[in-house]
Design a protein around this ligand. Sequence first.
Ligand code: MN
Length: 284
Amino acid sequence: MKKILHIQRSDTPHWVGDGFPVRTIFTYQDLAPHMSPFLLMDYAGPVEFTPSEHRRGVGEHPHRGFETVTIVYSGEVEHRDSSGGGGLIKAGDVQWMTAASGLVHEEKHGADFAKNGGLFEMVQLWVNLPKKDKMNKPRYQGIRNSDIPEVLLQGGKLRVIAGSYLATKGPAITHSEMNLWDMRLAKGSKNIFSVPEGHTASVFVLSGSIKLNEDKTVGAAELALMETAGQTFEIEALEDTKMLFLGGAPLNEPIVGYGPFVMNSQMEIRQAFDDFESGKMGRL
Ligand code: MN
């Protein structure tokens, strides 16, 4: 069984633009070696928005060197970027945006959601790119709820967003080996999972609570990370639980980030600022 290294929680929310009240659950500044290739997780909501004529969100801003992966649990997010990518994603959908060499984008609530209001809940992950792929052309994958295969567990289900679970493969095209599973577990269920030796592995509980490896209790808005050694972990749901599993082959490359850019060296960060300011990442 994999050993549990640490349980992390953040209760200090901040706003991203005027649309996303988020808690930053981890960043590469604190947990880089244990989370690779994942760089950051923002957990937005759950929060109730009142109907509004104004579409809330975050305006035009750049990214370079990684991917943003947005998982919508409730509400609607609309995206538009300077490479021509974009779309509306709703509950159960996932947007996998590869910024790579750079783009500018905006992220807003969907028009219908803004007009009607309602419950909003979303996770946004930043996923690192291997050095060799950081300057690739940007790409946008709009992954529909119906594109994501679902596997039955003992007292639950698991949706494979990226990577695989047993013989079931997820739809996301990735640049390195990783597994991203959206899981729902009924109270009292117990399942053992297996991942490749040497992979990072962590679980994030959105709601409910679990007992991990017959050892630690992990509750809502908490992330538990495990060591890379070993292949199995066990989850017992103490309540009906909604959670995310993240794991992958660590990239083992230097991480140098500043604001919306994550590269391998200071020089590349300076270049990213120059390229953004001179319009090389495009405009909306
Ligand atoms: Mn962004």
